[in-house]
Every structure is written in structure tokens, then in C-alpha cells.
Design a protein around this ligand. Structure first.
Ligand SMILES: NC(=O)c1ccc[n+]([C@@H]2O[C@H](COP(=O)([O-])OP(=O)(O)OC[C@H]3O[C@@H](n4cnc5c(N)ncnc54)[C@H](O)[C@@H]3O)[C@@H](O)[C@H]2O)c1
Ligand SMILES: [Zn+2]
Ligand SMILES: [Zn+2]
Length: 370
């Protein structure tokens, strides 16, 4: 019997999402059918809606989600019906050139299929009522009541963590905490600056706190976000709209600059600030993105002196290892997730949710289902 369900569909960039009745494809042997219970609205979804990130359409967005395994294909062994799962957007083959070098985020299969917006087996897993195939953002497409994923993408987590908080781990939290933990490997002697305090940046602040950083400077252009950063572990704050953030980083480090700068703003100005604020020999991690066709100019001298600069996706995530750890950190009271949720909305209010993210009013709007 065909499963029909509601999903938010984007037909064209620059137009609102429309709630449509769609039908799910039959499950393949390694597929997992997930009943989505919560999905966060991430800035990356907004970039597709606005057109700075280009994907084929019609498409279902949504790549930060948690739910319950509703059914599994015959060959699935990693999860069982009833498991609570957080979804990963980085399926990978495990044996290509990049997988063999410990870089699943560059998996050749993942990179080849990602721009086609199909699921990891190369297929679409849902159709519109008129028969057209739907595309899926980042191998998920979680803005719907159901979502069919490859078994490796459904990561079981403890049932005690509520879905609306669990979903945030799937993108923003993993990316931010992972930037501090997995990429920059923050240590207790480090002064870390985080530029941009949305869900990703606030998670990086928390990653730096969990790693025991000596100083954590939060930078944003919104005082409300900075206040939140302080509750999450920032030891000082700078509003880049009013003050020179790089100068403050130097002032706090005997003129050297921050040991580590994590950029999570997604703006050319922030990219420039990041390399000005880091010390010689220090490390810059860029998480944000702008239109891939845009240019960014740097003062050449700011790039010199052994600085290490890395643009990274997903915080070097190993979802099967990291999602349960992050869920446990929340349950133990070490990782703050409640505070990242500005509002809980129904699927029908998704366009208003994106308006709130765009205006800066929302850290995360989370869609809850059922
Ligand atoms: N690398 C990844 O894997 C990954 C994953 C998720 C999101 N992202 C990207 O990370 C960025 C942040 O995502 P988010 O969901 O937290 O977005 P967000 O819009 O919620 O947060 C961005 C924050 O940056 C602040 N900001 C904007 N310009 C600034 C400036 N010049 N200086 C300081 N702060 C500034 C904003 O006020 C806001 O608080 C986006 O560019 C997004 O595309 C990357
Ligand atoms: Zn995201
Ligand atoms: Zn691979």
C-alpha cells in the first residue's frame, strides 16, 4: 500500500514553500522509513529558498531532523522499528579515495549525488500527486511527516531526549560543537573567538566551553544573541556593528590575536574579521557560506604568518559516534539545547519560520509533527 503524507515543497527559488500531499516510494532493502517528529529550520535551507544555493526542483528541504523508525527494508540491521533516531546528512560509501583518507564529507559518491538531490542510492523517494518525482535536500528532505533515508543516516539515540531538541544535533549543533572539538581541537590554554552566534555559532561556543577553553570571545551584530552566548559559556562579547572585533581579540591576548577563530556568520565581513583576529600560527575554521559564485577580498597580510585556514562542513562529524555523545551531553546538563529553540511551529507555518530566521528573530524555529 502506498504511503501518502504531507510535505513542504519548494517549486522554485524565491517562492514560498507549499504544503503538498506526496506519496512515498516503496522501501528498498537498505532504506529506513522515518516518521519525522521534529525538524529545525537551518540557514542552509533558507539559502536554497533564496536561490544562493542551487538545487533541482521541486524539492523537499529540511536536513536537521529527528524521528522514529517506522519501517525498514529487508537488509537493514543497524536500526529497528521504534528506534528514536537523529538523521545525518552525510551518507558515504566508506571505501572511495576520500573515505579511505578519513574524509567522509568528501566521499566521491556523496559529492557526485549531492547536487542531483537524490537519496544515496541515486533514487527519488517521493512523488507529487501529479506524478512528478521530488528531489531531497542533502539526502534527507525532512520537512514532511515521513522521510526515507539510507540505513547509515538514521542514528539511534537515547529515547529520553525530546525530538525537538534532538533534531538540532543533526546539523547546527553537530557542526558548531564539532568545529571546536573535532576540527580546531580546542584545548585549555586556548582563547577562542566565535563570529556569528546563531545555532551553529552558539554550539561552537558550547564546544569551546566543553573543551575547557581559557577564554571564549563571542562576536555577533545582535546584542540578544551575545547575551545568549554568555549564558552558554562566552567569557566576553563583542558587537561587531559597534566595535572592532579583531582589535578586541588582540587586546585580550597581549596583542597576539585569538588562538582559534571559528566563523559561523556566513558573511564576507566575518570571513575578513576571522583572519584579522587570529594570531600568527593560529587556526581559523570557516563554517559559514555565501553565494558560491561571489568573491571575497582579504588584506594579504592578514593571511600570512603561518595561519591555518580551513573551510569545513559538518564539523568533521562521525554521526554514529557523535550524535549519541551529544544527546548524552544534553541529558547530563552539559549541552544547552532548550535555549536554541525560539519557537515550535507546525509544518503549515514553515514560511513564517523562515521569515523569522531571515530577520534574525529566531535562533531555531523547530517544526513539530504529530
Ligand atoms: N559548515 C556547515 O556544515 C554548516 C552547517 C550549517 C550551517 N552552516 C552555515 O553557517 C552559518 C550560520 O548558520 P546558522 O544556522 O547559525 O545561521 P544564523 O543566521 O542563525 O546565524 C548567523 C549569525 O551571524 C550573525 N552575523 C551576521 N553577520 C555578522 C557579522 N558581520 N559579524 C558577526 N556576526 C554576524 C547574525 O546576527 C546571526 O546571529 C550560515 O552561513 C550557514 O549557511 C554551515
Ligand atoms: Zn544545516
Ligand atoms: Zn566514499
Amino acid at each position: 500500500m502506498t504511503l501518502n503524507y504531507e510535505a513542504a515543497v519548494l517549486q522554485r527559488s524565491g517562492t514560498p514553500l507549499a504544503i503538498e500531499r506526496v506519496s512515498a516510494a516503496a522501501l528498498q532493502p537498505t532504506d529506513v522509513l522515518v516518521s519525522v517528529r521534529a525538524a529545525g529550520l537551518c540557514h542552509t535551507d533558507l539559502e536554497v529558498i533564496e536561490g544562493s544555493l542551487r538545487y533541482p526542483m521541486p524539492i523537499v528541504l529540511g536536513h536537521e531532523a529527528a524521528g522514529i523508525v517506522a519501517d525498514t527494508g529487508g537488509a537493514v540491521t543497524r536500526v529497528r522499528k521504534g528506534d528514536h533516531v537523529i538523521l545525518s546528512w552525510n551518507p558515504h560509501c566508506g571505501h572511495c579515495f576520500y573515505c579511505d583518507r578519513g574524509l567522509p564529507i568528501l566521499c566521491e559518491d556523496y559529492l557526485a549525488k549531492g547536487p542531483r538531490a537524490v537519496q544515496f542510492d541515486g533514487q527519488s523517494k517521493a512523488r507529487l500527486a501529479d506524478g512528478r518525482e521530488l528531489k531531497h535536500l542533502m539526502f534527507l528532505g525532512a520537512f514532511g511527516e515521513y522521510c526515507i533515508v539510507a540505513d547509515q543516516q538514521a542514528i539511534p539515540v537515547p529515547k529520553e531526549i525530546p525530538f525537538d531538541r534532538a533534531c538540532l544535533i543533526g546539523c547546527g549543533v553537530m557542526t558548531g560543537v564539532g568545529a571546536a572539538f573535532n576540527l580546531a581541537r580546542v584545548s585549555r590554554a586556548d582563547c577562542v573567538m566565535i563570529i556569528g552566534c546563531g545555532a551553529v555559532g552558539l554550539s561552537a561556543v558550547q564546544g569551546a566551553r566543553l573543551a575547557g577553553a581559557a577564554g571564549i570571545i563571542a562576536c555577533d551584530i545582535d546584542d540578544g544573541k551575545l547575551a545568549l552566548a554568555q549564558t552558554m559559556g562566552a567569557t566576553s562579547c563583542v558587537n561587531a556593528a559597534k566595535e572592532d572585533a579583531a582589535a578586541l581579540a588582540k587586546k585580550q591576548t597581549s596583542g597576539r590575536g585569538a588562538d582559534i577563530v571559528i566563523e559561523a556568520a556566513g558573511s564576507a565581513v566575518a570571513f575578513r574579521t576571522s583572519v584579522e583576529a587570529v594570531r600568527p600560527g593560529g587556526e581559523v575554521v570557516w563554517l559559514g557560506k555565501i553565494d558560491v559564485a561571489a568573491d571575497v577580498a582579504f588584506r594579504w597580510g592578514a593571511l600570512m604568518q603561518e595561519k591555518r585556514i580551513r573551510r569545513s562542513s559538518y564539523g568533521d562529524a562521525r554521526p554514529a559516534r557523535d550524535f549519541p555523545l551529544l544527546a548524552r551531553a544534553y541529558l547530563d546538563g552539559r549541552l544547552m539545547l532548550d535555549e536554541l529553540i525560539t519557537e515550535r511551529i507546525r509544518l503549515a507555518a514553515i514560511n513564517e519560520g523562515f521569515a523569522a530566521l531571515k530577520s534574525g528573530r529566531a535562533i531555531r524555529s523547530v517544526i513539530t509533527f504529530h
